[in-house]
Design a protein around this ligand. Structure first.
Ligand code: SF4
Ligand code: SF4
Length: 331
């Protein structure tokens, strides 16, 4: 038997949650599907394959004050930023839940980033498994699957008139009343087939390809627009600046990208990644070599967003295929 919730009960539950929490859900914005805070559950869209942008911005905002230094009554005080409200992110796809787990690894590794930790603790993920796969998805090659509940608090799978529901964590249990659920013998629909990339052994191949002129050739057409980093659920490069007035200074962090010229510049003006080839290599080596070595998992969850967004068609799936073949002599 599976647990079931009707679409009507799901919507009224979401409407109730919205009264006390920030409710984020997929909405239509012109021809895009984007996660946004919703004030009416009628604005939530259900007929999407995946959102054009991941939910990353609700845990790691594009621009965020991390603390301020304030002068009050002759004293100087450091005031850390706080996360005021609990957030429910509804409609997260399995790849993006894995993306949030992956994004959290560097931020939560001791000593940890207190602001990210607070965002994470106050965020509840309600996911919907994928019944169709986008042509650019390759989640199954990156350790996930269209029906993978990892990282979710509650997972839904669409069936006739409603959803099969898995309540997976204590946070999920505290949120979902048993009275809305019924037991049904409806079977779980099969997960769709997802395209694959030859990711087996890629970490070692990336190490071997470090000095290959390949990176310069691929990077030649890169415009360093940074879109690949900004649409990526797992990219977390940022810049930090101070903005100050007479009595208050704020330290603000904002998204940056390893593809930006000057991103790696250090004191004295030396830039170890002054050319596009070394920056391009850094992007893929971080995803496929350094991060897996350190955290034991790929820094790509196969969502395909960078594939769709890159204006010059630099495609991580092709990079993986090419790197697997580098150094292999044609017979
Ligand atoms: S999206 Fe494409 S062109 Fe833009 S920085 Fe990334 S690889 Fe370069
Ligand atoms: S497919 Fe591209 S955008 Fe998606 S996780 Fe991998 S690198 Fe990031």
């Amino acid at each position: 038997m599976n647990k079931f919730i009707s679409k009507k009960d799901l919507l009224s539950w979401l409407g109730k949650l919205r009264e006390t929490r920030r409710l984020i859900a997929p909405t239509r914005v012109e021809d895009l599907t984007l996660f946004k805070e919703v004030s009416r559950v009628e604005d939530i869209v259900f007929d999407y394959q995946n959102t054009d942008l991941p939910p990353k911005q609700f845990l790691f905002p594009a621009t965020e004050t991390i603390f301020s230094i304030e002068k009050k009554d002759g004293r100087v005080e450091l005031v850390p930023a706080k996360v005021e409200k609990e957030t429910v992110i509804f409609g997260v796809r399995p790849c993006d839940a894995k993306g949030i787990l992956t994004l959290g690894m560097p931020f939560l590794e001791e000593p940890g980033d207190p602001l990210f930790r607070e965002h994470r603790e106050k965020t509840i993920l309600v996911g919907i498994s994928c019944l169709t796969a986008c042509p650019e998805c390759f989640c199954a090659s990156m350790g996930s699957a269209p029906d993978d509940p990892s990282g979710m608090d509650i997972m839904l799978t669409g069936v006739k008139d409603g959803y099969l529901i898995q309540v997976l964590t204590d946070k999920g249990k505290a949120l979902m009343p048993d009275s809305l659920l019924s037991s049904v013998d409806t079977p779980k629909p099969p997960a769709p087939q997802v395209s694959t990339v030859p990711s087996k052994g890629i970490t070692e191949k990336m190490r071997q390809a470090f000095d290959d002129p390949y990176w310069g050739r691929v990077a030649d057409r890169c415009l360093h627009c940074n879109v690949c980093s900004y649409v990526c659920p797992t990219c977390y490069c940022f810049d930090v600046r101070d903005y100050g007035g007479k009595n208050k200074t704020e330290r603000v962090r904002s998204w940056e990208s390893c593809q930006s010229p000057g991103f790696s510049k250090i004191a004295g003006g030396y830039d170890p990644r002054a050319n596009k080839g070394t920056r391009m290599r850094q992007r893929f080596a971080h995803k496929l070599l350094y991060f897996p070595e350190h955290f034991g998992t790929m820094h790509c969850i196969g969502c395909g967003r960078c594939v769709r967004a890159c204006p010059v068609n630099i495609d991580i799936r092709e990079i993986i295929q090419d790197v697997q073949k580098l150094g292999v002599k044609e017979k």
